[in-house]
Design a binder for this molecule. Sequence first.
Ligand code: 13P
Length: 252
Amino acid sequence: MPARKKLLLGNWKMNHTIAEASAFCDSIKDTKELAKERGIQIGVCPSFLSLQTVKRKAKGIVVGAQDVSAFESGAYTGQVSIPMLQELGITWALVGHSERREYNGESNEVCNAKVKALVSHGMTAVYCCGESEEIYEKGETNAWVENQIRTGLKDLTKDDMKNVVIAYEPIWAIGTGKVATPEIAENVIGYIRTVIKSMFGKGVANRIRILYGGSVKPGNIHEIMLKPDIDGALVGGASLKADSFRELVANL
Ligand code: 13P
């Protein structure tokens, strides 16, 4: 099985002004070195407004957008296109974060259009999935997540899948301090890998990186990352401060 490089990605959500993002970049030099030593890929997803600053200042890390339009240009007030991101040298974007699904009504079909647009431009899509507490309690997590994966990644080729990362984030664990146990996370992520295998074959399933997200902290990241199917983390709150971000890298 090919080795999958661990990935630690911070999702800053609607936090950090340009000045704050810039200060973060000033204090991560040793974190970058530590990540390099440990063979971990690291990155952050700032607001659109901070992308240019972070891309310029934080050399050598992944800098991703938190969302992107599926359209090239046109009458889409408030949206940001792929060519606009590419002009800044941005080659990664999150797609379908649960907060966008909930507050902006993004369906699996809309996410599919975004993922397809990104990969067709040679960009990397971090496709987010995850169930609500209600679905979790009903024991319907796997079916829910399978539908998100099958619809969101519909019509992609094996080659396209080289530019896709999946993030499993149970909604009930996001920002709640209620982290999924490593066993729960591993079970769902293992299941996602079997769905990917049935869609794209064994090679893609073995190669694709699947992250866990939801209340990941320096104190719990290690035990979660010990699980064989979990290839890294998508971290909100604990990625905002440079010290905490460094600790995540140190403990991963
Ligand atoms: P928290 O780490 O703050 O729970 O957020 C997780 C998340 O939504 C990352 O995308």
